[in-house]
Write a protein that binds this ligand. Sequence first.
Ligand code: EPU
Length: 312
Amino acid sequence: MRLTPPQIKEIEGLIPGRVLREVPLRRFSSFKIGGPADLIAEPAGLYDLSRLLIYLHDEKIPRTILGAGTNILFHDAGFRGVLVKTSSLTRLDFQSDGLHTAKITVSAGVPLSRLVTRACESGWTGIEDLWGIPGSFGGAVVTNAGAGEVSTADVLQSIRLLSELGEPSNIDRKDFQAGYRSMQIPKGSVVVEGIVQLPHGDAEAIESRLSVARERRKGSQPWGLASAGCVFKNPSGEKSAGEIIDRLGFKGMAVGDAQVSEVHANFIINREKARAADVLELVERIRTRVREEEGIDLELEIRVLGEEPTDD
Ligand code: EPU
């Protein structure tokens, strides 16, 4: 469905100065891949976001929430509808009861790395393992991002949502439905904030955990190259998708400019001009071999978004 000019005008009126038309999505994706988006809208705050959600709902305009674009593969034909960017939701408030515990209110658009750095610098412990995970806090919540021993849900006390009708609500920790790289969020709702609770820790111990996380990531994953992180979920706690794909000899295999990383086989990197179609072709080759050789159906961890190209 294409947006009509009056709809575009209406959206531009709702959040003036914060709407981009027909921009290539490769600029909004760590993969640096993707065709044009009809509209990218970045509300300045919760009030504007809520008004925008209501309008999009009433007009039945398709929309997807976009955080930092670090776990997404956009199709080459781009995205029809509105991508709602959360980058301007940037609250990061620390409240502590003296020296014991911090309650940190974090908005969806805050980079996860900022939360990790600020918490560790202030002596709060428990999220050192998340060091180096790219992406926004909102994205980390909805994918339950994790590394080492820690996943985002482990430290979350509550999540604040806006429904598609712009109504706020909270989900408390006891009601979370979190799984491995997943979090059940009511359909149509947008995560706008979360409260992270951390205990106080010893500064040296925090620094030492951080340096383990840094070394692990920099030593075992492609660093500074265009990618969307791990492509597949691990099939189980014992089995790593990277290890299986590596064993089957895929490292270095390329389709166009999409290449299985030489460093970690569960990463596909964009050497320069990879298209989504190249990445998806590699994904299919890997899946087919892993199914044939191991009897395992690998599930995508990255989200594939947008319109599939047609031949005409
Ligand atoms: N391995 C190989 N070859 C490879 C990659 C890995 O043999 O090409 C072996 C490693 O040597 C190790 C085992 O597989 O024995 C597990 O590898 P690793 O420690 O790299 O962990 P992983 O299970 O592949 C997970 C997360 C990563 C996270 C790391 C570090 C998933 C899908 N991946 O990777 O998260 O950074 O642990 O904690 O859960 C992501 O979510 O995007 C991501 C990259």
